[in-house]
Design a protein around this ligand. Structure first.
Ligand SMILES: C[S@@+](CC[C@H](N)C(=O)[O-])C[C@H]1O[C@@H](n2cnc3c(N)ncnc32)[C@H](O)[C@@H]1O
Length: 158
């Protein structure tokens, strides 16, 4: 949809990378770079204020208490994002797990670099028109779940 934007896809799971590369080759898409590892490693290495938009769509919710440390949206990751995202850049998050949605909102609410949706979560169940559908979203909808779609902004830099 955006042939003139530079995109970077991150995925540590090799089968996902293989599938992505096959799609990029088949559809002759040349504006996507692939980072075949943990997104946080890339965030730590990028130039400050170099990202105009970040998507974390259906990141693993890790519902068990002992897995909380594996959740992608934590204050440590938000620090990395705050450094790497340009002022005003969007952070788009989706999940079908209500607890995880509330967790992500709580993490973002207390982080000084981000501003975002107010009010109850129920108001964020409609996918915005320019939001890409994904495989996990389709699985969630097929299972009768209603996902949440949240948009935050990196506050302008001084
Ligand atoms: C539930 S799937 C969602 C995939 C896709 N975004 C979708 O909506 O269909 C979560 C994906 O995030 C990947 N993942 C988990 N932790 C990651 C991390 N730290 N960096 C990059 N990708 C990660 C997993 O390997 C998995 O492919």
């Amino acid at each position: 949809m955006h042939p003139y934007h530079g995109l970077i896809g991150c995925e540590p799971f090799v089968n996902g990378i293989v599938k992505l590369l096959a799609t990029l080759t088949r559809e002759r898409i040349d504006n996507v770079r692939v980072f075949p590892d943990d997104a946080r490693l890339l965030l730590a290495a990028l130039e400050p204020a170099s990202l105009a938009r970040v998507f974390a769509l259906f990141p693993d919710p890790w519902p068990k208490k002992r897995h909380e440390g594996r959740r992608l949206v934590t204050s440590d990751t938000l620090d990395l994002l705050a450094r790497t995202m340009a002022g005003g850049a969007e952070l788009r998050l989706a999940t079908d797990d209500a607890d995880f949605a509330a967790w992500m909102r709580a993490q973002l609410h207390v982080h000084e670099a981000f501003e975002g949706p107010a009010g109850g979560l129920e108001g964020y169940r409609e996918r915005p028109a320019d939001w890409p559908p994904t495989r996990y979203e389709a699985k969630a909808l097929a299972a009768g779940h209603r996902p949440f779609y949240l948009v935050y902004r990196r506050r302008p830099r001084p």
